[in-house]
Write a protein that binds this ligand. Structure first.
Ligand code: NDP
Length: 448
């Protein structure tokens, strides 16, 4: 049977085995498609059940998270941690608190994380976790009680050399603080390296807050330079207005670009003269407000479009930084018709397969999330290094390390695509380069 047929058959089995998990299927399909090219060239990667083992998480934890709300009522949520692959190092990946979270979403994120972490060049395996808990509208005390209950189960499964969680959607500095506090109490140990994204005064790293957004723009910038362009004077759409979006917007504007639109799940705002980053941070990070509040306070020229589609705005560069499948085939067509030439994914899998194919078919330079948003986890690994050596690095030094890591990721992805005769296909480049390092480690470590 040909390699292509083997992979197609195997994908069919995976769909049945992981029924009702469309996001996981989507992530598997994209990676397996790229692996056809690798296996045709290097068939030994199909030996020892390597592909089958790679697509099955090493461990999946699903647990009850009971907590008491401010009215004294008992609430019950579901917690998850999928420890997908630890061939390269301890499991590493964020925690997401959002009502849409289910096992399939955590599996898709954990699977992507394996290749992303591999691309950073740092010694970290892939995992993801979270809960269907919705932090929106909850008091600080409710968030704290939830985080304490969540950690009461999770703490036995994590550790500096075992599994190191971090933040993601709905899990920022406040939640990391409550989670770490409970871990410290339960373990009677200030094991800083057990979680990343910590506060600066208790083991956190400078640049971690900015890392995913800054890293995205560093990588996008490298990609633009290979096509003879820079951010200077370019119009950029940044979707979302959370952690990744805010710092992507900040770095774009530092490099001379103009962020012309941002969004949240209720609508979008047009900002033809750029975004006032300080006001945005105040609304979103300090007051935990909506993008509509930013629009109301930003002054002349800024317009709010309730329920509107942010991809309608004319731009040169699109940076989707909100959530999975937020940009579909129709949006991709709209963007290309309006002159977009570069797309880099700040969020995980924000473009549907139809959108990604359309961009590639139209010759748009398209950087997939597993390469473009790796700056967050890379800086988390730098935080682990600082914790292990009881050191803390300056902002400039850490930012320079981040910049180097993102440049190296782009170079690796670009050269791998060329090596496999797929020049400019950064999706294939990222999947293949990320896969080979993990696969070599798995083959060396035997069938486990
Ligand atoms: P945040 O929770 O800080 O922000 C998420 C933003 O996306 C919010 O503005 C939210 O709006 C918006 N959003 C969520 N769902 C939708 C939707 N359906 N339509 C439009 N907007 C939506 O999360 P992060 O910024 O941390 O994460 C964003 C993405 O980046 C995720 O895919 C995450 O996995 C990925 N990522 C994050 C990293 C990190 O370091 N934080 C690292 C690598 C990847 P609203 O408030 O209305 O919900």
């Amino acid at each position: 049977m040909s390699i292509d047929q083997q992979i197609s058959d195997y994908y069919g089995k995976l769909q049945m085995r992981n029924a009702g998990e469309p996001e996981f299927h989507q992530a598997l399909a994209e990676v397996l498609d790229s692996l056809k090219i690798v296996l045709n060239k290097d068939p030994h990667y199909a030996d020892y059940g390597l592909i089958e083992r790679l697509c099955e998480p090493e461990r999946q934890l699903v647990f009850r998270v009971p907590w008491v709300d401010d009215n004294g009522q008992i609430q019950v949520n579901r917690g998850f941690r999928v420890q997908f692959n630890s061939a390269l190092g301890p499991y590493k990946g964020g925690l997401r608190f959002h009502p849409s979270v289910n096992l399939g979403i955590i599996k898709f994120l954990g699977f992507e994380q394996i290749f992303k972490n591999s691309l950073t060049g740092l010694p970290i395996g892939g995992a993801k976790g979270g809960s269907d808990f919705d932090p929106k509208g909850k008091s600080d005390a409710e968030i704290m009680r939830f985080c304490q209950s969540f950690m009461t189960e999770l703490h036995t499964h994590i550790g500096e050399y075992r599994d190191v969680p971090a933040g993601d959607i709905g899990v920022g500095a406040r939640e990391i603080g409550y989670l770490f506090g409970q871990y410290r109490r339960l373990e009677n140990s200030h094991e800083s390296g057990v979680i990343t994204g910590k506060g600066l005064k208790w083991g956190g790293s400078l640049v971690r807050t900015e890392a995913t957004g800054y890293g995205l723009v560093y990588l996008a910038s490298e990609m633009m330079q290979t096509h003879g362009e820079t951010f200077e004077g370019s119009k950029v759409i940044v979707s979302g207005s959370g952690n990744v979006a805010i710092y992507a917007a900040e770095k774009v504007q530092q490099l001379g670009g103009v962020v012309v639109a941002m969004s949240d799940s209720s609508g979008y705002v047009t900002t033809p003269n750029g975004v006032d980053i300080e006001l945005l941070k105040d609304v979103k990070e300090v007051r935990r407000g909506r993008i509509s509040t930013y629009a109301a306070e930003a002054g002349e020229g800024v317009e709010y479009h309730r329920d509107g589609n942010v991809w309608e705005v004319q731009a040169d560069v699109a940076l989707p930084c909100a959530t999975q499948n937020e940009l579909d085939g129709d949006d991709a067509k709209l963007l290309v018709d309006n002159g977009v030439r570069y797309v880099a994914e700040g969020a995980n899998m924000p473009c549907t397969p139809a959108a990604a194919h359309y961009f590639q078919q139209k010759g748009i330079a398209f950087a997939p999330g597993k390469a473009a948003n790796a700056g967050g986890v890379a800086t988390s690994a730098l935080e682990m290094q600082q914790n292990a050596s009881r050191d803390s690095w300056s902002f400039e030094y850490t930012d320079q390390r981040l910049h180097e890591i993102m440049s190296n990721i782009f170079k690796t992805v670009d050269s791998t695509a060329k090596e496999y005769d797929m020049e400019g296909d950064y999706v294939a480049g990222a999947n293949i380069a990320g896969f080979k390092k993990v696969a070599d480690a798995m083959l060396a470590q035997g069938v486990i």
